[in-house]
Design a protein around this ligand. Structure first.
Ligand code: AMP
Ligand code: TRP
Length: 325
């Protein structure tokens, strides 16, 4: 039997190259080998304020990005989290075995409650529990995510083990799957922080919808380090990040890029990098624009139908084990 993977992205903010390289690119590589489920996690997105019309539009947009990025609905289930109500149902149950200090420790909670200090709602606090429910409903073996999500996978593992110990073997304990170089694509304007959909400046990221001129401008403005040498080293985080992007998009090793550009100027390297990014974005955007909304809705409906029986069975088992009659 094939092992199972599950992953998801929130329909909020601007999807960027970090999301593609850190998440979607890996999903596509894994979907042949694994039984794959990819979710648009709208219930996670509403843990910070969202405008209804935008949320609606973003949900479709993110599904389109999965498809344009190469997720194949023939191989993988693609669906919207709120369409399968077992996610929230299991989240409630898992809440009852989650300890407050376990949630208080979460880096993402600490960051987001600083960003949204007027609205630190209970949903934001319980976010990792809903994520655990997403993963555990489907006997997920492997969760491909960026490095920032590993802490949430750890708590998922803790909850799975705890439930199994209290009520008998029910959940598969999942493993995180993080690709080395895709772990963290950093901001173009600040290589100390990750490229982020909620960044204040658009010069932080390359959006998956940026046009060629915008890409050229953003790469030209991307910060570099003081000395002029093109070297792949932790001492040069800005250049290292740009080399990583180049390397992941072109499937060449960072060391080879270093060799090619060793005696060249930053400007030449940046020009080539910009063209590499454009070379990826053009066919991606063409595909994206060809997919119509009706088609996406149909795929999402079929995706939910495909996964629902598993979610229902798992919930039945959970309730039975806990004594909910
Ligand atoms: P988010 O944008 O936080 O909803 O993340 C969606 C997915 O993209 C998750 O798997 C993240 O770990 C991944 N991701 C987000 N930002 C980056 C980044 N800068 N570098 C690598 N992966 C990222
Ligand atoms: N929390 C994840 C993020 O912000 C998104 C997510 C929700 C997720 N549920 C998931 C990722 C389940 C993997 C598996 O990126």
């Amino acid at each position: 039997m094939k092992k199972r993977i599950f992953s998801g992205i929130q329909p909020s903010g601007t999807l960027h190259l970090g999301n593609y390289l850190g998440a979607i690119k890996n999903w596509v590589a894994l979907q042949d080998k694994y039984d794959s489920t990819f979710c648009v996690v709208d219930l996670h997105a509403i843990t910070v304020p969202q405008k209804p019309a935008e949320l609606r539009q973003k949900t479709i947009e993110v599904a389109k990005i999965y498809l344009a990025g190469g997720v194949d609905p023939e191989k993988s289930a693609i669906f919207v989290q709120s369409h399968v109500s077992e996610h929230t149902e299991l989240a409630w149950i898992l809440n009852t075995i989650t300890k407050l200090p376990e949630l208080e420790r979460m880096t993402q909670f600490k960051d987001k409650s600083q960003q949204h200090n007027q609205n630190i709602n209970a949903g934001l606090f319980n976010y990792p529990v809903l994520m655990a429910a997403d993963i555990l409903l489907y006997d997920t073996d492997v969760v491909p995510v960026g490095e920032d999500q590993v802490q949430h996978i750890e708590i998922t593992r803790t909850l799975a083990r705890r439930f199994n110990q209290m009520f008998g073997e029910t959940f598969t304990v999942p493993e995180p799957y993080v690709v080395e170089e895709g772990m963290r694509i950093m901001g173009l304007d600040d290589p100390a922080k990750k490229m982020s959909k909620s960044a204040e400046s658009a010069f932080n990221y390359i959006s998956l919808t940026d046009d060629p001129d915008t890409v050229r401008e953003k790469i030209k403005k991307a910060v570099t380090d003081s000395e002029k040498e093109i070297r792949y080293s932790d001492e040069k985080p800005a250049i290292k990040n740009l080399i990583n992007i180049y390397s992941l998009l072109d499937n060449i090793k960072p060391q080879e890029i270093e060799d090619i550009y060793r005696d060249k100027r930053y400007s030449e390297f940046k020009n080539d990098l910009a063209e590499t990014i454009i070379g990826f974005l053009e066919p991606f955007q063409k595909k994206y624009n060809e997919i119509d909304d009706g088609e996406v809705r149909k795929i999402l409906g079929e995706g939910a139908e495909k996964v629902r029986p598993m979610a229902e069975n798992k919930m039945r088992e959970v309730k039975e084990k806990m004594g909910l009659i």
